[in-house]
Design a protein around this ligand. Structure first.
Ligand code: GBH
Length: 442
């Protein structure tokens, strides 16, 4: 008999989309196979000093070759939903032009395999791996990049749109702005706040243009953006901290939410851009409305809260993890979800990333506690009226954690660093029971 919830159990709504997430460059490997072109992450990870340990995604979790094994693992956990990303330069090696049939075939194999196992595919079009050929033409600094993206998106809607019902345009444009273009910790490794804001605008424009392309394709299904949101709190009760927290909230959250969900940039954020800042010229009449082309859903990624001091600095109030930026505060997820409902009404929401790195390898009890506490917060948000339709653990597999290489292990499935053999961790076994019970036992 299927396991049932005991006393005190928190039942989730029927049909809740229990899932897990990955992204192309982090898991696929096969970097130069079947005609794939390089992306900015291939370039970046092969430069010395960019990634811890000199790691790169050439092999990653070898998912490209082990896709059927991974599909069977997903099925063994009972996943209802799987969120992956398409490598733009695998399907379009130059970023535009003719499709690479062999590259596209991989996504047909993956999606067919999901559907055959009763798992709903959720496809992300851009998880940071801009084709290098387009980077060579200026990448996201160029307004043209939004059109290149919309053209690529349309090709994917036509190619996979009869099988994929849920599309996500961009993964975390904020992270591209902050790490790709401001701190330079991520590809393409630029360090220029002014350029970063221009790239950020073009990313958002790309989102809106892709949503329009989806409507024009006539394909059925839903589309939206995946935004990483951090609730921002004043670190103390001073007026200064409250004021600074408001500014940080604009930069971290509102600056993405408002254009995507309301078709406008926050006035205060715009006003905070200095006169002569290139982003002011980049934002043309009509752009905000394009970005605000109505979405069908919002994909929320939650990791950490932000506490802001009166001087505009940061304070840490909760325990962190191996990822020092990941301050563990489950109620932050409740705050993020209820705020979206308060500000934007009952747009359907799915959590597409939440999780932590664990150093405990297969007996990852810390991850189990983390996931359980965040699911309890999600449950509380549903009880408060939030239209939360699903939750995806980051990540299905141990994988290439960007600038941290393979030193941080985020998977509920262990991937051996040398052999790439898979084993379900304790968290995967736990998650399987959660899914079977459709709820958690706090
Ligand atoms: C997500 O990003 C990504 O979508 C996913 O690919 C990734 O593997 C996962 O989370 C785990 O990291 O300035 O160096 O202190 C998470 C959001 C935002 C996390 C920026 C790191 C600050 C890093 N990221 N944050 S740093």
């Amino acid at each position: 008999p299927p396991p049932t919830l005991g006393p005190g159990g928190l039942a989730f709504p029927e049909g809740f989309a229990w899932g897990a997430s990955t992204s192309a460059y982090q898991v696929e490997g096969a970097a130069a196979e079947d005609g794939r072109g390089p992306s900015v992450w291939d370039t970046f990870s092969h430069q010395s000093g960019r990634v811890r340990g000199g790691d790169n995604g050439d092999v990653a979790a070898d998912h490209y070759h082990r896709v059927y094994e991974d599909l069977d693992l997903m099925k063994s956990i009972g996943l209802k939903s799987y969120r992956f990303s398409i490598s733009w330069s695998r399907v379009l090696p130059e970023g535009r032009g003719a499709l690479n049939a062999k590259g596209l075939d991989f996504y047909h194999r993956l999606v067919d395999g999901l559907l055959a196992r009763g798992i709903t595919p959720v496809a992300t079009l851009f998880h940071w791996d801009t084709p290098q050929a387009l980077q060579d033409k200026g990448g996201w600094e160029q307004r043209d990049c939004a059109q290149w993206f919309a053209d690529y998106a349309l090709q994917m809607f036509y190619s996979l749109g009869d099988k994929v019902g849920t599309w996500l345009t961009l993964n975390e444009p904020k992270t591209v702005v902050q790490l790709g273009y401001t701190s330079g910790i991520h590809a393409p490794g630029k360090r220029d706040k002014r350029v970063a804001n221009v790239a950020g605008h073009h990313l958002l424009l790309a989102h809106g243009m892709a949503v329009k392309a989806f409507r024009a394709s006539g394909k059925r299904g839903r589309i939206g953006a995946a935004l990483n949101l951090s609730p921002v709190y004043p670190a103390d009760s001073s007026a200064g901290a409250a004021k600074q927290a408001g500014l940080v909230d604009d930069d971290e959250n509102q600056r993405y939410l408002e254009p995507v969900l309301r078709g406008r940039y926050p006035a205060a954020w715009l006003a905070a851009q200095p006169a002569g800042a290139p982003v002011r010229a980049a934002i043309r009449d009509g752009d905000a409305a394009t970005i605000g082309e109505p979405s069908d859903l919002l994909a929320v990624q939650y990791y950490n809260p932000i506490y802001v001091t009166a001087s505009g600095g940061r304070a840490v109030k909760h325990p962190t993890t191996q990822a020092t930026w990941l301050e563990v505060y489950p109620d932050g997820l409740f705050d993020v979800l209820t705020r979206i409902r308060r500000d934007y009404g009952d747009i359907p929401i799915t959590v597409t990333e939440n999780g932590m790195p664990s150093t405990s390898d297969e007996q990852d009890d810390d991850r189990i506690a983390f996931l359980r506490d965040h699911l309890a917060a999600a449950h509380k948000a549903i009880a408060a009226g939030v239209r939360l339709e699903g939750y995806h653990v980051w990540s299905l597999l141990d994988n290439f954690e960007w600038a941290e290489g393979y030193s941080q292990r985020w998977g509920i499935i262990r991937v051996d660093p040398k052999t790439r053999d898979r084993r379900r961790k304790a968290s995967a076994e736990w998650y399987r029971d959660v899914i079977a019970r459709n709820g958690i036992q706090p």
